[in-house]
Design a protein around this ligand. Sequence first.
Ligand code: ME8
Length: 527
Amino acid sequence: MSEPFYITTAISYPNGAPHIGHAYEAIATDAIARFQRLTGRDVRFQTGTDEHGLKMAQKAAEQGITPRALADEMSQLFRDMCDALNVSYDVFQRTTDEAHHTASQAIWKAMEANGDLYLDRYEGWYSVRDEAYYDESELIDAEDSEGEKVRLSPQGTPVEWTAEESWFFRLSKYQQPLLDLYRDHPEFLQPDNRRNEMIRFVEGGLRDLSISRTSFDWGVKVPGSDDHVMYVWVDALTNYLTGLGYPKTDSDFGRYWTLDADILHIIGKDIVRFHTVYWPAFLMSAGLPLPKQVFGHGFLLNRGEKMSKSVGNVVDPMALAKGFGVDQLRYFLLADVVFGKDGSYSAEAIVTKTNADLANSFGNLAQRTLSMIFKNMDGRLADNYQAEAADKDLLDLVAKTTREEFPQAFNTLNLSGAIEAWRRAVFACNQYVDEQAPWALKKTDPQRMAMVLMTLFQAIRDLAICIQPIVPEAANQLLDQMGIDADQRSYAELANNEWYQQLVMRDWALEKPMPIFPRLEMPEGAS
Ligand code: ME8
């Protein structure tokens, strides 16, 4: 049986419709999940919505509806977004599900049994927007729009003074174990700059964490303390276990959440603290294995500016996908933004990048080649393929890219680097077409023309197989047109040369090729 690989996105707050940041995270995680499946791993991919907490309760109250009604309506939009963007999740976990309450109470009891929970009184600062407690020393002084002095969280969100009875988690006890974890397993928290930030934070000292609330009831009930609901991050983080069947061990939990399993959480940079301080501490306390890696990606900025409802630059990812195409949006976000760093997007940037790389470069290469085979060779593959040096060089370069450079970069989550390697191979193919000029060979040396086109056909097949995680729909359409069977598209097949002869033997013939990447028009009003 193939090796398990468990990958998750953060679960989003469904207090509004999804934005491009949510789409970015889902797409990047999906590309990694698809990549791992193509390498033969047994992939489990989970996403979902984080439906409890004050933020949800307050938003619902503003709208005069119940939090549950708000969650039901908005959670569906997140699921629709994933479906529309070809995000191949196996489980969409909602935290209002009954099973999630059971899982959260189970981890709570395990932490309690370990002596890590105690009842006390919390007095301090809380940001509803971040659903986070902050230490006095972390706050920043600022002015509001009326010039009044206000105190804000380090994320720039308002904080309020909170005082109530609360359950506490002995986070302070885990300071050294966490520092040991970062030191012994630098891969646990990536990229490196985020790990350094967290090391500094933990070295500064950890206070015990307030993990229950009594002033509202929209949450998971604390076992044995019916007037307390869990702090939303305790239940939110537990979603990663719920979807596997925790606390049952004879479930997928027993398969995907083991000591040596590959477990990867993809999250944004603003929630690294929750995933790399609180979460491993909860897991250690409950006696559960830790994830292999937490990767904190950057933020997407609209033309370099932070998205905000008041600036009016919150972009609906569904509108972008509709306007430019799902594969085009996926390609742009993964090729243009360095995974781990902030990135900027605009309609013009999407059009320019995807026209250059997809329509003009790869799309055109495929369309030109297949059209020539269709017109000049009755759509059939030559059964006497004999490569010259230039042909071998090209196929070697494509093999090196698709079998070595692309997967190596992808394995270290250098997604844009992987795509860049692929793009260079496409460029080499286009250069080869220009040099060999098969259209001219048609009259002078049809035999050689056939060999050039066959070389290209093989190169395009490899490049299409390789790029499936990024542009799944277009890659599959192209492979369909090229007669490559659906079960012959895994990465292991890249090293298998039998497919060519199989197509020849079947007397397979191309149908009139259809372009896979239409050229996009610049949106109106853009320069
Ligand atoms: O934080 N660019 O939910 P969320 C890129 N419920 N990524 C962005 C982004 C942007 N502009 N804005 C947000 C939560 N994100 C919690 C998570 S997990 C147990 C609980 C990312 O809806 C953000 O960093 O605010 C996070 O990873 C995800 O979107 C959901 O954010």
